[in-house]
Design a protein around this ligand. Structure first.
Ligand code: BES
Ligand code: MN
Ligand code: MN
Length: 462
């Protein structure tokens, strides 16, 4: 294959500008205030796929936000790659913590990104990474380098649980038939330490409500005599971990996959500096489950974390009050073999059980999904590995990630194909946080590496 580098260098400015245009549209799927922007983004993606060389590019309506579908079929006898990505983004709040407005992309140099990084909500998760595939297709089509068929499925509800995508996939199995699914929506270890994500954690996300008295009360007149829902809620939450930071929900660990010592030793070979990790977060020390390393805690072990907690008076000054209700949002990250629906049930049962008399507890599940692990002895993994080796000059390390893309397990179930996770973001890119960014180098490296995946995957399939 002809080296994509020259084409990328010639078109670099345009590639960056096009991505910036996409980043200007605030496609926040969680907030209905942005619904028109989400729809506009779908249209922009549809147009971009056509311009990049898809023969078909359509907007497929769902009960929620639409799915953008595109394809270029050059020969039905050749393999087909299905690219998945998402055009929706997380809310940008808290806005005041952004150094520049989240939907006005700017390029700034950082220590880790000396060639500059694009700062905007969605730059890394996932518009920038999704758009690498659009530009890689453009390169292959315009230079007669596309070796196989390609299909695109870009959704607008990943950040809110992909509920409608599940229905869409089940109803369009034939249309989506493929030999491999390719996703760039994860990260890699470092720019000089390429890695391929071989695992994702599952997820169960719940909201809890604790109700005490039927109305807010004077904390002097009633304080000490009735259950304070906020006191109770925090006590209940803290009881969910023991002194070793194990989760106390009965049955929670029953199906957890235990890695062999060999597998753990293999994992520990990935370069990692605890000091850099701590320094980057300005923490004195890490924290977590006893008996496991930091990289184990954030990938092969399940977790339970409060994501938000509220209730009572949080305005200016002091108000003496005992609230009637207290709330929390809780996420549980799950590992292979744990079933998210079962874990959600276990949580609900346990949380209701530990509630003292004097309060009522309501547990509402939000969304969830299964974890995923992919073997490395497949053609797909080998093709990806060779592609990285070609463009990075070294073999990538297989690495399990702590994040979740719940739809991946469903793809395997419905479409019977494996997923390759070629992520080019870095953990320090601040996805979901203020000042999210994506290295220009990473963006271009992705565009350069993807065509080699197509080439090797097609060759290895012969
Ligand atoms: N792209 C992320 C997931 C991710 C990021 C995986 C980095 C591995 C490395 C995705 O957009 C995401 O944020 N997923 C959510 C779950 C979803 C159901 C809201 C998550 O992991 O919190
Ligand atoms: Mn994502
Ligand atoms: Mn995300």
């Amino acid at each position: 294959m002809q080296d994509p580098k020259e084409y990328i260098t010639q078109n670099k400015e345009r590639f960056i500008n096009e991505l910036c245009e996409l980043l200007k549209i605030p496609s926040v799927s969680a907030d209905p205030a942005f619904s028109q922007d989400v729809l506009n983004t779908a249209e922009a993606v549809q147009k971009a796929l056509l311009e990049a060389g898809c023969d078909v590019s359509e907007i497929h309506e769902t009960e929620g936000y639409p799915i953008v579908y595109g394809e270029k079929i050059i020969d039905v006898k050749l393999p087909s790659v299905l690219v998945y990505g998402h055009y929706d983004v997380q809310p940008a709040d808290p806005l005041e913590l952004w150094d520049s407005p989240p939907y006005e992309p700017v390029i700034k140099k950082t220590e880790i990104h000396p060639e500059g990084a694009i700062f905007a909500r969605g730059s890394c998760d996932d518009k920038g990474q999704m758009y690498m595939h659009v530009k890689a297709l453009e390169y292959m089509v315009k230079n007669d380098q596309l070796p196989c068929n390609v299909k695109f499925m870009i959704e607008g509800e990943e950040e809110v649980g992909s509920n409608n995508l599940a229905v869409y996939v089940a109803n369009n199995k034939e249309k989506l038939a493929n030999d491999i699914i390719l996703i760039s929506d994860t990260g890699m270890i470092a720019n000089d330490v390429p890695s391929i994500t071989t695992g994702l954690r599952g997820l169960s996300y719940v909201e809890v409500e604790v109700t005490g008295p039927n109305r807010d009360l004077h904390s002097g007149l009633y304080g000490g005599a009735v259950a304070n829902p906020i006191n109770i809620l925090t006590k209940m939450i803290s009881s969910l971990h023991d002194d070793n930071n194990h989760i106390t929900i009965p049955g929670f660990y029953a199906k957890v996959e235990e890695l062999s010592n060999e597998e753990r030793a293999e994992m520990a070979k990935a370069p990692f500096s605890l000091k850099d990790y701590q320094d980057a977060l300005e923490i004195e020390t890490v924290y977590g489950e006893k008996g496991y390393t930091t990289n184990e805690r954030n990938s092969i072990r399940p977790t339970l974390d409060v994501n938000g907690i509220w209730g009572g008076y949080i305005g200016e000054g002091a108000k003496t009050v005992i609230a009637s209700k207290a709330y929390a949002k809780i996420s549980m990250r799950l590992v292979p073999h744990q079933d998210w629906k079962e874990i959600t049930e276990l949580f609900k049962e346990h949380f209701e059980n530990i509630a003292p008399k004097g309060v009522k507890v309501k547990v509402t599940p939000h969304h969830g999904g299964q974890g995923y692990v992919t073997p490395i002895d497949t053609i797909g993994y080998q093709a990806a590995s060779k592609a990285y080796e070609t463009t990075f000059g070294k073999k990538p390390i297989p690495q399990r990630s702590g994040g979740s893309i719940p739809i991946v397990a469903l793809f395997e179930k419905e479409l019977k194909s494996k997923t390759i996770l070629m992520g080019f973001g870095l953990d320090s890119d601040a996805i979901h946080s203020p000042n999210e960014h994506f290295g220009v180098w990473n963006y271009l490296k992705g565009i350069e590496t993807i065509p080699y995946f197509y080439k090797y995957f097609t060759e290895m399939n012969r």
